[in-house]
Design a protein around this ligand. Sequence first.
Ligand code: GDP
Ligand code: IMO
Ligand code: MG
Length: 422
Amino acid sequence: MANTILVGAQWGDEGKGKIIDVLTEEVDIVVRTQGGNNAGHTVWIGEKKYVLHLIPSGILREDKLCVIGNGVVIDPIGLVQEIEELERVGIRVSGNLLISEAAHVVFPYHRELDARRESMKGQNKIGTTKRGIGPAYGDKAARTGLRMIDLINPERFEEKLRLRIKENNEILRALGAKPLSFKKVHDSYRAAGDRLKPLVANTVIHLHQAMKNGADILFEGAQGTFLDLDHGTYPFVTSSNTTAGGACTGSGVAPNRMDRVIGVMKPYTTRVGEGPLPTENAQIADMLHGMGREFGATTGRARRCGWFDAVATRHAAILNGIDELAVTNLDGLDTLDTIEVCTAYKCGEKVLEYVPVDLETLSQCEPVYTAFPGWNTPTDKIRSWKTLPPKARSYLKIIAEMTGAELTMTSVGPARDQTIFL
Ligand code: GDP
Ligand code: IMO
Ligand code: MG
């Protein structure tokens, strides 16, 4: 399968976890390259549901190496918990997981600052997951962050943490929050550091050695294209590069070593958190929530929902260089007679075929819709492209064509076998 980057082509939660799990069968290594435990990737195996936050979804397949790359921000206590929960249900993690020594560490002051900044923003809040992601990447950019290599080195860790707690306590006090106890943070983080130490490695060298030996690697994107720090609907974004380039910087594998990019998308649109969602529609939200779907895997929040936005996915295709498309959740549209697709944005006299940078411009855009016939029949038991309803096939082909990439997979349910290859 060679080296594949998989990205979300919308606003996150496209079903990346499910597709990663299916594709992992064909690769040797799965790598997370950005984000942190703001991600929630759901994988169903039989009757069992797993939600992965920091550990690559590939961990659920036996004997596949999983790597948390340098571009990820790690809450070590959350990570230890995630490892223990998986091991409790019989998933082998130690031995199958490597953690980059260069990955930055998320601390309680990051979470506290995340929450404070959100509440100070009031109505303008981003709707973050409050996992401390923004402040942790902020420290990385400000060159005041601590990395996994610091966490596992007791003396160095104590010295660096002392300074960081001192500075952050001053900030927390100024914001009216309670200061943190150095000892409490230190001791709990050191315990997590000791637990994780055997897994911490120079993952760049490891990946390059593996590639030399012929390994195929899958790069598991987190979040989605329009949550990208540079290319998303700023400031309503996350703090990492969720687009394909992030897979290179976040792993140390160069662009010319990548072979293809797969974009994952739903045949409708969802977003959790604040910020623009041009095709948002209360009726489709009610329908999907009524089916018991589209609730966040990390925070449990009801996701906002809308029609498929081909302007956004076309934009995502160029930002990521998407070669192939996997469309999940086809079954979500099974009960509709008519399906609307946004084909352009009308902004005053102008018709836009891309997502404008300026949110004020975007807020003045009206989606232009084209209606397509729905198939109005269940698809969840269908297992082949040929036996999908012709109207479903036609709809999928149309949205792939509008996006500008080749449709190679679709999915009609959360289970592994509810996956259809073209
Ligand atoms: P991710 O963050 O991109 O991995 O996506 P999430 O796991 O947050 O959300 C996707 C949701 O859709 C999860 O509940 C999946 O189990 C579910 N899912 C994925 N593919 C399908 C599908 O084809 N049909 C249905 N019904 N659910 C799906
Ligand atoms: P996966 O990998 C959907 C959203 C948050 C918020 C914004 C910033 O499961 O697709 P943050 O906590 O990152 O500072 O929040 O980004 N967000 C996600 N939305 N799926 C995700 O991950 C997300 N990770 C962050 O809701 O709007
Ligand atoms: Mg998710």
